[in-house]
Design a protein. Sequence first.
Length: 738
Amino acid sequence: MRLKHGGGVALALGVPVAFAAAGTSQGESAEFLLLTQIAVLILVGRLLGEGMQRIGQPAVIGPLLGGVLLGPSFFGLFWPHAQHAIFPHDAHQMSMINAVAQLGILMLLLLAGMQTDFGLIKRVRRAALSTSICGIALPFACGFLLGESLPESILPKQEYRLITALFLGTALSISSVKVVAVVVREMNFARRNLGQIILATAIIDDTVGWIIIAVTLSLAARGAIDLKSVGASVLGTVLFLIVSFTLGRRIVFAVIRWTNDYFVSESAVVTAILLLMAGMALTTQFIGVHTVLGAFVAGILIGESPILTREINEQLGGLTTGLFMPVFFGISGLTADLTILRDPMLLELTVGLILIASIGKFSGAFAGAYWGGLKRREALALGCAMNARGATEVIVASIGLSMGVLTQNLYTLIVTMAMITTMIMPPTLRWTLNRVPMTPEEKARLEKEDMEKREFVPGLERLLLAVDDSANGTLAARLAGLIAGTRGMPVTVLQENVAVATRHVRDTLRGAAALGRPHERAKNSESRPPAVDVTTRTQKSLSAEAVAREANRGYDLLMIGRDPVRGAAGEFHEDVSHLAAGFEGPVAVVSALGVHTQDAAHAGFNILVPITGSAVSRSGAEMAVVLASATHSPLTILYVVAQSRRATTMGLLGARRREQEAVLKDIMQVADQNGVRVRTAVRANTDPAKAILNLAERGKHNLIVMGVSRRPGRTLSFGEVAAAVLQDSERSLLFVAS
């Protein structure tokens, strides 16, 4: 049987309608109906969101459009009995689903804050700030003037006109960073210069917007505007932001780290994040500013936490996207009644609102981008990008409606404007971005970033250091500090309970970390990585069990520095093997020899790194380049070719030569990107260990860095070549098993 138009909707909703009717007729609890409502909103929102994405529209439109279709505009118009059965006009029932929606607002803002990248703003601040300021000021003024000229019939109360005008100006002026980010990333423009400016501008828009919203909401809560109330709102917001980004940042970092390190139950960090969000939201509510600002700022601080993992981001993002987003936007759409647009005056007002919003935002952003130094095509793209409203405006309108400063009609107009401007943005932005050429400097930067994605060191986020008070421990702390300092990686030190030695290692590590910032960044202090956070955990004795317990807290590299390193037969000492056995990830072992036995904390470096063309040897070379860059030390790359009897023909010899050139060129590119000048040497058809040790002696190298592979077995082993170097070397060693 072929269904008539609209029959598919009826079929999809038939089961929920039957359940809802059965539940109410049998006196079932309100929770039954709540679950039905949530299920319907999730189902319809997901299906429509999927459809929107397939036609090139942001997925956020799906739940909002789903709510509109499920509301009085369509579903209630064609099947009112079913619509009222699922979404009855009962105050108690509506308060339950609205509570879920309000929690959804906080979760959406938490996630938006966590995805805010202020480092990006610093890199492109001139154009982004100029675009954002003009892009907010002009449409805000237009919206405010429109609010002041609205007919009295559309206002909730005449005395609320000023606050309503502020709400309208805010709704017209702010862009949705989530919608902008989706389109920019979809077009592979997120790493382009213009793409970064677009994202940074949207971030500033969102941040400034929520501050404006918080102030406006606090004024609306007081019911009137005077100098005292304005001053109290502004002062409360400023004080909250100052405390949050100073003392609050440290508290948030400490809470997340402490929870991650000491709780063993599942998803403990997620619980801590939700409690932090609730605490900051309640704080803003207490000082008279709306909870939305607290949730957003909490997200920003949580997102900057150095140990926040991708898994935690995905857990929160999945919960928000899968549950809270479709419920909130679905309820927002349900509240909008598009049947009011049959009134010619309201239809004209809606069209005017869309035109004012689009022209005002485009003109302001275009002018700001042009004044910020961008070319006309780039400014055109920015103007189109900033015209997306999406989630932000819907949240603003929902709060305004709940506080009584927006009427139902005005709320519907704002939601309609948000939907249409959001749907207009993607095709116009795609059209303009495709006409922006790539500059040579931009191409070079993108090539560098592509190379870093394949590298070992840029992937490190948190280091674990297991050391004693020997020269090996001091040198390991120094090397760990230099590596961590390049990217502001937090380091945890496991050390035997010797207070003086603990302070010495910590001071050595921090001193090295301060130097571990690449010299090419020194000219711009704002681009330097953050200071290294050092945590020291004293142990009665270093053991595999202690390492394993700490490793469960999440680390990317274990660096071992303890005495002795070598056993009686020249192999790794059993204590080193035991420590390495407690860690499943990459391991680095340090042996201080030569000049570093006397002054491991300060003696200079002359680095030799042997490579073979394998991935593990490349990891060692990357580590050597980072150390050379941080300390301005000389670096020699030795390409070692093992003994072979096969390469006798000219063809094989030529292939080997081309292979050597390719391997050396690859490492040279890494060195060039880090500002390191290197020497190269090639040793073919010889014993690799002897070649390494001979060149180390002739070149007066005092640190050999070797990328190695970890062999299976109870005893730590990196292969025959590493074992021979460990046994016979008189120079300090750093083995990196990636």
